[in-house]
Design a protein around this ligand. Structure first.
Ligand code: SF4
Ligand code: SF4
Length: 417
């Protein structure tokens, strides 16, 4: 019986093409072992035979000793020396009842990397691999753009640790992971970051004299690059760092930064934006755009000849996770009328190259909203929108609808102060 044997797939969240193939393989073994009178029944909820394995499935369909049908197994009971299986809702339109010697339940694959004893790493976030809880415990840090890379820099996953796969797939996968590992060793030797900021030689600097030991940076670093001492002061591990800037975005004291990307650098960019202060029709909005997905989407939109409101000024950022709320507060207190943040999709459609940057930024928006309201400004003047790299056609609508909403609210009441 292959998952899911009932109508409810929730019983088998890890069912996969591998499970289906193993069920077919077991049926084949029965026939090879008993070519004359051996019989195998495969009852399944979903049969997945991907790629060339479709031919294997078809070959078994042609074997008169193998019976395959979709159906829900509703009962298995002892009968005589054997077992009796009842299957309902089959594609034949009738219920089935068969006597068998052996029942084999197809089981899914579950990675063991959440088990602390498996890898036993010395990280503040615990000794196991971290995952997003979105993919059943599989530990790629970004399954679309950076397969093999776990959230532990320098440790690469292959085979069943990444997802359900056959032995052939796992062998090929191991080649990819080994190549990634070689790149990582070379990057460490040369002193620069691994993907996605390859060739970035800088590390975040901390001005510890002003650290309040709030632990936000250590808790939010997606790659476990920051441990902390018993007082809560961060202890950087530069070789684990991927230069995302999430720690910089998290720090309420604004004491974390890179030489070429820090609170002052972006703060100066904000200050350099001209804010018209005496013309109600010429409001000014700032737009922080993630360089990984959102910024290329804007570039593609421009290349395709799409345009958007000229009232907006764009500032690219490494990741929305690196956006410190002080930038938004500075922008609003300098008289800007709104701030838009464009970043990767989060939740089930997660695409952030730095794991949870846009999600963290979204959480920080509560803080921004409170600050605006305490100043008597509408919280809607700051908005975060998720966008994928291929959604360039949505760019004008996203920006223009934000601009229209801000125009409707009118100028920032603190403009010109
Ligand atoms: S830059 Fe990113 S990876 Fe490096 S310490 Fe900060 S949060 Fe961690
Ligand atoms: S977020 Fe800033 S203040 Fe808080 S522990 Fe980290 S460095 Fe210190």
């Amino acid at each position: 019986m292959s998952p899911g044997g009932t109508d409810d797939d929730a019983d088998f969240p890890y069912a996969s093409a591998v499970t289906s193939l193993v069920a077919l393989k077991q049926a084949r073994y029965v026939r090879e072992d008993q070519p004359e009178d051996g019989r195998a029944y495969v009852f399944y909820q979903h049969m997945r035979s991907v790629g060339q394995y479709e031919y294997f499935y078809k070959a078994l369909q042609d074997d008169p000793g193998i019976f395959l049908t979709k159906g829900a197994v509703t009962e298995v009971k002892a009968e005589g020396d054997g077992l009796n299986v009842t299957v309902e809702n089959t594609i034949l339109g009738e219920d089935i009842n068969v006597d068998v010697d052996l029942v084999v339940l197809g089981t899914g694959m579950v990675p063991t990397t959440r088990d602390e004893a498996v890898v036993n790493l010395a990280y503040r976030q615990g000794p196991a691999f971290r995952d997003l809880d979105l993919f059943g415990g599989y530990c790629d840090s970004n399954f679309i753009c950076f397969p093999y890379e776990t959230r532990r820099t320098g440790i690469y996953a292959a085979g069943g640790v990444r997802r359900c796969m056959t032995i052939e797939e796992a062998m090929e996968d191991a080649t990819g992971a080994a190549l990634k590992a070689i790149q990582s060793v070379v990057a460490a030797e040369e002193g620069h970051a691994v993907h996605p900021r390859t060739w970035d030689f800088d590390y975040p600097d901390f001005y510890f004299q002003r650290c309040t030991q709030c632990k936000r940076c250590t808790e939010e670093c997606p790659f476990g690059a920051l441990d902390d001492d018993e007082k809560g002061t961060p202890k950087p591990n530069p070789t684990r760092c991927r230069r995302c800037g999430t720690c910089m975005g998290a720090c309420p004291e604004r004491i974390i930064g890179f030489k070429d990307y820090n609170i002052d650098v972006v703060g100066s960019m904000i200050k350099a934006v001209e804010v018209p202060d005496d013309d109600e029709d010429k409001l000014r909005m700032i737009c922080f755009v993630c360089e990984n997905d959102a910024y290329p989407a804007l570039e593609n939109a421009a290349r395709k000849g799409l345009s958007w409101s000229p009232l907006v000024r764009i500032i690219p950022v490494r990741c929305l996770g690196s956006v410190n709320v002080s930038w938004i507060k500075d922008a609003m207190s300098s008289g800007m009328d709104g701030a838009l943040l464009l970043g990767c999709k989060f939740g089930d459609e997660y695409q952030c190259h730095f794991v949870k940057g846009s999600e963290l930024a979204n959480r920080r928006m509560d803080n921004v909203a409170e600050s605006l309201q305490s100043l008597g400004m509408e919280a809607e003047r700051v908005r975060l929108v998720e966008i994928a790299i291929d959604e360039y056609d949505k760019v004008p609508e996203i920006i223009n609808s934000f601009v229209d909403d801000v125009l409707e609210m009118g100028p920032n009441p603190f403009k010109g102060w």
